[in-house]
Design a protein. Structure first.
Lengths: 363, 430
């Protein structure tokens, strides 16, 4: 029965018989559909945890137990120390990077509320096997995440009682959307229709990046005749505000750019769970990489290389900048059968930074 | 268009796109006369010779109880960008907006975004629970929902990250990839207000927290004012049941607001005093600003437009002469009032014709017919909504937001059209 009918009936003087038909209280305009949710049903589905701790169950867990659970259920995607694997999210680190060109947004550097960590781990993780963690296990993993971010000591025990005592570094880092004041007035002027400034020229081309999936764009488009550069098309305007995606900063000279090395250090987090880079560092899942640039491939003593790596080593492959760049761009595409289960660095600038970082560790 | 079956067809008929391209390339020297006005030298065998389809019979009815597009339409498919995400289970693909016309997006090619994959949930297994600060916590079955009054509305759904890969500069070649995290459907659903009134929201209830039945839950907080305004609990799109990948059997529709809030497989609506600040509204879907702080609760999708043809995937294959420029425009703050088009990278503008003027929070289709002289163009479109908001340039946005805000990039798109008809995603000086 529609609302308007109910309203019309309500406005009419109802006979007793008709009022009996309409059992619904008319004031509330309800339809008497559905049924009461039972306490057990509400408990099963109403599991949200709010910033003030509402919804947190009794329980506790410590860093030590959290680490065991982490290695078992989380590390394959997020790395042993929360450094992230492949393109899966980085959980730890990133402090002070939020104004960098490549900010690293982690629980420690970005997330404003600890409740969000608990809620998300409890309801959505582990990926592919969600909603299996007990309250104690969730407290333990949350404690380990805090530890891996350097926010608590290794003897820390997290519980409902001390949950709100944990200070999140970026708790004050958010403000409510202000576009209506900070943008909308500026973008609400009557627009210019003619002679709106100087003639323009092309400053950037997507084709140069080659990041569009193959097959999506016609051969015709890719075969375009490059135009002679228009006046001023020297990208000079772009150099004072480099946009990282296509910064082809291939160093011509051995002198290392400190900024590039620093950028590489940031990227190194993806590698460090398998590789060391210091002089005399141990071999892990992957070989120690001290001095790898311009060194023969497969040359670290005591490391058992994959067959294809041994083959290219026998053929005399040297890890020049170019070869490393190609390998890092697509490890498994470059070397079929490599044991390095790393997705690669798609971005040329990232690869340049990584190679610069590796170069900084040499005799 | 590189599909082999299509090529087979083209070889038979001699009218392949490549054929056109070759012709256009050969004629590039001084072809000023449009192909359409050229006089035929030889009779067209498609006309003079009897074709199979004009003699033999075609397929009978019921050859396909539920039909798919004809096999030649191989370009009208969703595509993904593999390097964007770690795993296709938690990923996104793109609507082929370059290959569509009109305003309604067919469900079968409307973009998908999953956080833990598209689940299979039957109507008979479906339950919707309303809990929290309500007088009567309730459980509804799908059949229960079918007994509430319904409404029909056309709305666009745009991912907050649409065009997000373009913040640092032109990156992906194709309107599908730069602007394809959007679709526009006619939804049938129950106003969320009706269900909340059924449960009786208590005065302290200021927010709803909506969650899906999938492993991600994808919980989002929505202020009660919006929940009681135009949010729909929808079960049909474009006249038929939702597709699995769009939340079958029931999803939330949050008109004008970012797609992440349109929770699929919706299973619980909690009425709360405050926002839950879940993962998808803190760690993600917040907009990092140059000072290292971040905007949160950036819900509205600002006015935006894109030319869908010509575009990198839709080059000009017919040479100089009459050219149809067309595209889409939308606003999460209202309806589209006007779209302007520039052929010279934003120096001069002319107002396009709205072929379909969409309503509030719906796509509008625009057209501009020009006589192309074969010279290079820098195509742009600029949307204006009925609040007076004018779509800004990308650089105007960057001046305010820097390069790291990921979401809500509604800057003006530039397509470079070259003399040979090829089109490329570019940025221009301002």
């Amino acid at each position: 029965m529609s609302k308007s009918v109910l309203k019309a009936l309500a406005a009419t003087t109802l006979s007793g018989a008709l009022a009996g038909v309409i059992a619904t209280p008319l004031m509330a305009q309800t339809y008497n559909l559905g049924r009461a949710a039972l306490p057990a049903e509400i408990a099963a589905w109403d599991i949200a945890v709010e910033p003030d701790g509402t919804g947190l169950p009794e329980g506790s867990g410590d860093v030590y137990d959290g680490e065991e659970l982490w290695v078992e259920s989380c590390a394959s995607c997020h790395g042993d120390f929360g450094e992230g694997a492949g393109a899966f999210p980085v959980i730890a680190g990133g402090e002070g990077t939020l104004t960098d060109r490549r900010p690293v947004k982690t629980v420690g550097s970005y997330w404003p509320y600890l409740s969000t960590v608990w809620d998300y781990v409890h309801r959505s993780m582990p990926f592919g096997n969600a909603q299996i963690l007990s309250a104690d296990e969730t407290y333990a993993i949350t404690a380990y995440i805090l530890y891996s971010n350097g926010l608590v000591d290794d003897d820390f025990v997290l519980s409902r009682d001390n949950f709100l005592d944990v200070e999140m570094p970026n708790a004050d880092g958010f403000y409510i959307d202000d576009r209506i004041d900070s943008e909308v007035p500026q973008f609400s002027a009557e627009p210019c229709m003619s002679d709106c400034g100087e003639a323009v020229h092309i400053t950037r081309r997507a084709t140069d990046l080659q990041s569009t999936p193959e097959g999506a764009v016609t051969v015709f488009a890719l075969d375009r005749q490059p135009e002679a550069p228009a006046e001023g098309t020297d990208d000079a305007a772009m150099t004072d505000e480099p946009m990282a995606e296509d910064v082809a900063a291939e160093p011509e000279t051995p002198a290392l750019d400190p900024a590039l090395v620093a950028a590489g250090e940031g990227l190194w987090r993806q590698c460090r769970s398998c590789h060391t880079v210091d002089n005399g560092g141990r071999n892990g899942t992957g070989p120690n990489l001290f001095g790898v640039v311009d060194r023969a491939a497969g040359a670290v003593e005591g490391f058992r290389y994959s067959n294809p790596m041994q083959e290219v080593a026998a053929e005399g492959l040297v890890w020049t900048h170019e070869e490393l760049d190609a390998f890092l761009a697509d490890p498994r595409g470059y070397m079929r059968g490599t044991r390095m289960s790393f997705r690669g660095l798609r971005d040329e600038a990232d690869r340049a930074a990584m190679i610069a970082y590796l170069q900084s560790f040499a005799e | 268009m590189t599909d082999t079956s299509d090529d087979d067809q083209q070889q038979t008929t001699g009218t392949s796109r490549r054929g056109f391209l070759r012709t256009a390339g050969l004629a590039a020297g001084g072809a000023v006369v449009g192909a359409a006005t050229a006089n035929a030298q030889e009779a067209d065998p498609l006309i003079t010779e009897m074709q199979d389809w004009a003699s033999a019979t075609g397929e009978g009815v019921d050859a396909a109880p539920y039909g798919m597009p004809i096999r030649f339409e191989t370009d009208t498919v969703r595509r993904t960008v593999p390097w964007l995400t770690a795993d296709p289970i938690s990923s996104i693909n793109f609507t082929p907006i370059h290959a569509l016309d009109g305003t309604i997006t067919p469900q079968g090619c409307a973009f998908e975004r999953h956080h833990s994959g598209a689940i299979e949930l039957s109507k008979s297994d479906y339950r919707l629970m309303i809990t929290g600060l309500v007088d009567r916590p309730l459980v509804f079955t799908y059949d229960d929902l079918m007994r509430f009054p319904r409404e029909n509305h056309v709305y666009f759904c745009e991912c907050a990250a649409n065009s997000g890969m373009e913040w640092a500069g032109a990156q992906l070649n194709g309107a599908q990839f730069t602007h394809g995290m959007i679709h526009n459907m006619e939804y049938t659903g129950i106003p969320l207000r009706v269900l909340l009134e059924e449960a009786g929201v208590q005065p302290e209830g200021q927010w709803v927290f909506v969650e899906g039945a999938d492993a991600s839950s994808n919980g989002r907080s929505i202020p009660l004012e919006k929940a009681m305004d135009d949010v729909l609990v929808a079960f049909a799109a474009n006249g038929e049941a939702l597709r699995k990948e769009h939340g079958y059997p029931v999803r939330l529709v949050v008109p004008g607001w970012e797609g992440n809030m349109w929770v699929k497989w919706i299973r619980r609506i909690g009425v709360n005093h405050s926002a839950v600040e879940a993962r998808e509204e803190t760690s993600k879907y917040t907009d990092l600003m140059p000072d290292g702080r971040a905007r949160k609760w950036t819900w509205e999708m600002d006015a935006k437009s894109v030319i869908t043809s010509p575009s990198p995937q839709m080059p000009i294959t017919h040479g100089a002469g009459p050219l149809v420029i067309t595209g889409l425009a939308w606003s999460g703050r209202g309806a589209i009032d006007r779209v302007d088009i520039s052929l010279d990278g934003g120096v001069n503008w002319q107002t396009a014709r709205l072929g379909t003027q969409g309503g509030k929070y719906a796509l509008s289709r625009f057209y501009l017919e020009i006589e192309w002289d074969g010279s290079p163009l820098l195509l742009q479109s600029r949307a204006m909504d009925d609040t007076g908001y004018v779509q800004p340039t990308k650089d105007e946005l960057r001046d305010i937001r820097g390069l790291n805000s990921v979401y809500h990039n509604n800057g003006i798109q530039t397509w470079a059209v070259y003399e040979n008809g090829a089109v490329e995603n570019v940025e221009v000086s301002t």
